[in-house]
Design a binder for this molecule. Sequence first.
Ligand SMILES: [Ca+2]
Ligand SMILES: [Ca+2]
Length: 306
Amino acid sequence: MHRIACSLLATFSCAAFAADPAPVVAAPAGGGLELPESVIQDPDSGLIWCANVGGKADAPDAFAAKDGNGFISRLNPDGTVAELRALPKPGGEPLNGPKGMAVLGGALWVADIDRVVCYELESGTQLQSFDLTEQKVAFANDLVFVDDMLLLSDTIGDQLIVLHGAERGQITEAEVLGAKGLFGGANGLAAIGATAYLASFPLTNMEKGEDFVRKFTLGEDMSENTRTPLPGGLWDGLALGADGTLYATDWRSKGVWAVAPGAKEAKQISKDMNGPADLCVLNDGALLVPEMLANKVTRIEPAAAK
Ligand SMILES: [Ca+2]
Ligand SMILES: [Ca+2]
């Protein structure tokens, strides 16, 4: 990440502006998480994984340095740590700044700055490291399977990339989607069927910038995207509930927002979160939200997620 954006990340603050967000269960602090960016639950095993960028937010280029200090933790459903350094296994190739993840068929795909790393979850064996420097990826951020196709966002490259072959266990080709620069500040991804949502985060202009969450259909003209009812902000993580509710995290209002299916308005459901990043919806309907700058993961109960 650009140096200026790093210092802004550490100091950025802004009052929450929505009225009466629902209370949030306070997560136990600590547990050893280091800049947790993303949480995901394996729908098959129920296990919960958390990607840690590693180190401290005020370290030089903390979010995109190839410093080898990233790791994946296994969490409990309340957001506490079950196994701090689950991946990579001891002696395995280090991770640098792991962020978004996707799970399919017992394999975990991890976005790691300029590449995507894949692990077999049961054994912890690394199955692949796919280099994306040719596509000029410098801030790989999120991953999602859309109709069995793995999609990657690159925040600094303002692009989305299709990773062919992942659905069969090995990426064989990376293809930039749509016109260059079409997806400014590309951050969080979520998808249902061929419908995808993209959260945008103006990384190089955090103080004044604001961006939006957009919806588009894969396979159609990518410039034909529409804004969701979510207001302008610094949007990071996206997740979809079983009922189709779209959840999104915003660093500006410091909270999680929800858009019910078909709703014309969005609602802020939590506040006072310190760097709310790539959240997930658990099998029980609760949300787990990594508060990246507070080194913790906070659970929002299902009743409070409406
Ligand atoms: Ca790191
Ligand atoms: Ca993210």
